[in-house]
Ligand binder design. Structure first.
Ligand code: FEO
Ligand code: CA
Ligand code: CA
Ligand code: CA
Length: 513
């Protein structure tokens, strides 16, 4: 079925098999260029590319498919950026590094006349956003006691996946923020939000509290039938919920970036999979539930009713304590919802439930939601398990998703480094990138497109508009290393390198042009 026929990465390819090699392996006819790796200088100021590369977004400059801004999330640090941590206690210097190496990079990238993708360090846009950058809060929690009355906060970190808005800004999701916040003695309520940046304007930085505070994986933005903005979001924790935010106002293309205000007021909903209903996560609903004669705390909520009644006074309390409030109103705990994508073909919504060992869901699955009337603004839905991880499908622990114009899902896997190549994970070998058609004869069948180097996961697949290039991050190669002199990976194996580096690559066909 597959053979290399077109210039598009998303065209045909001969699938590869799993591998344990310390290499990024691609099908015949494809190559990759390392665009930026941890510690690479990104601009004239000497700012450096961060660690733990995750989400990528490519924003064309002047409509180009070969020059644009690449926004990359830096999710976490490791031994290669902050060094070995003694007795679980970072030194003052390590705390500073930990904040610097997380956050985001905006870099300018281009494809040269030889077809090689490179970073343009002379760019006027290239910059870092780190754990030190000042960011404004918007929405119900802004200035509220629930966030210590803050209207601006220090920095962003634990930036996992994200999404591009309809008005061409980038959303970045703060996921596992607690460790860094605690180690840095920062207020934990200032993290766990969705951050919006404008890659072309460094003065525009916001955290939208209306979208809730939890272990945010991603955002997937679309429009309801009536023009309101809808944002689907996963809370990547065991037994956590799937959310969607629906704006009060309607999207107006002519308003451009001013549409960002739509993310400041709206209704946050949580999915109840038992009844196929979106439940409003609002102060009114929570107080109604707590006031009921028959109140019984749902699984996952341990606090007593009287304490909950003291805690929840306003919508600010709801968004700050979102995961608990969602369970109270009937949200269904699920198996670690990671990335979500809206099908551009039929408005169905694909969710990676990566795994959950509490329920023996070791290999995870991809859930597909059918909104009532194919309207993203609907309050009712149906769903199916679109694809299940395991030996039969050849993948385990699906994480990030991207659609191509053929209607295929590009799925990266995240088997944890400690489980790789062991026990029930043996047959999958290193983490990979798979292509799964969502319709036609091969619907739901996974074909492997890439295999990553040792102990990495690949993250942030993102196509150029012409699909001739696929950007992809290689996150935490050599993650299990304990001795810096003897790393378990040295990827990307650049001349003189003695350690592995998280990096972003551009994948393209050999026969471009
Ligand atoms: Fe950061 Fe949920 O992966
Ligand atoms: Ca992820
Ligand atoms: Ca993951
Ligand atoms: Ca990860």
């Amino acid at each position: 079925l597959f053979g290399f026929k077109t210039n598009k990465v998303s065209g045909y390819f001969n699938p590869i098999g799993p591998s344990k090699e310390d290499k990024l392996i691609l099908p015949n006819g494809f190559k990759y260029d390392v665009i930026a790796a941890m510690d690479d200088v990104i601009n004239k100021d000497g700012d450096k590319f961060g660690d733990g590369s995750d989400y990528n977004a490519f924003l064309p400059i002047d409509g180009s498919n070969t020059r644009g801004l690449l926004v990359n999330n830096h999710e976490y640090t490791g031994i290669f950026s902050v060094g070995p941590i003694k007795d679980g206690q970072m030194t003052a210097e390590q705390i500073q590094k930990n904040l610097y190496y997380q956050g985001m990079s905006v870099i300018e990238v281009y494809r040269d006349e030889n077809g090689t993708w490179k970073m343009d360090t002379k760019s006027k846009y290239a910059r870092r956003i780190t754990g030190f950058t000042k960011i404004e809060l918007t929405g119900p929690a802004r200035g509220n006691a629930a966030v210590g009355n803050a209207t601006t906060v220090q920095g962003t970190f634990a930036n996992c996946s994200g999404g591009v808005t309809l008005w061409n800004t980038v959303l970045s999701c703060e996921e596992n923020f607690t460790e860094t916040a605690v180690a840095s003695k920062l207020d934990v309520t200032h993290y766990g939000w969705v951050v919006e940046i404008d890659p072309f304007d460094k003065s525009f930085l916001k955290k939208h509290t209306a979208l809730g505070r939890f272990s945010h994986e991603n955002t997937a933005m679309g429009l309801a039938a009536d023009g309101r903005v809808v944002v689907y979001m996963g809370d990547d924790k065991k037994d956590a919920c799937v959310y969607k935010f629906v704006s009060n106002g309607k999207y107006d293309k002519a308003k451009g970036r001013a549409n960002s205000a739509l993310l400041e007021s709206g209704t946050l909903f949580v999915a109840n999979l038992k009844f196929g209903k979106w439940m409003a996560v609002t102060i009114d609903e929570v107080l109604k539930v707590l006031g009921s004669e028959t109140f019984k705390a749902p699984a996952g909520v341990t606090a007593k009713r009287e304490d909950l009644l003291k805690k929840y006074k306003t919508q600010a309390d709801i968004v700050v304590n979102c995961a608990e409030a969602a369970l109270l109103v009937g949200g269904t705990p699920t198996d670690r919802p990671e990335d979500i994508e809206i099908s551009p073909f039929d408005n169905t919504v694909f969710i990676c439930h990566t795994n959950n060992d509490l329920h023996g869901n070791i290999h995870g699955h991809i859930t597909r939601i059918f909104e009532s009337g194919n309207d993203l603004g609907a309050l009712e839905f149906d769903f199916e398990i679109f694809a299940a991880g395991g030996r039969q499908s050849g993948f385990s622990s699906p994480d990030n998703l991207a659609f191509d114009s053929n209607g295929s899902l590009w799925v990266v896997t995240d088997i944890s480094s400690g489980s790789l190549n062991k026990g029930v994970h043996q047959s999958f070998m290193n983490n990979g990138l798979f292509v799964i058609p969502t319709s036609g004869r091969d619907k739901g069948v996974a074909y492997q497109f890439a295999s990553g180097p040792v102990e990495c996961e690949m993250t942030g697949p993102f196509f150029t508009p012409d699909e001739q290039t696929l950007f992809l991050s290689v996150q935490h190669p050599g993650e299990e290393t304990t001795d810096l002199n003897n790393p378990t990976s040295r990827w990307p194996h650049r001349a003189g390198d003695t350690k592995p580096r998280a990096a972003v690559v551009a994948i393209s066909g050999f026969n471009l042009g």
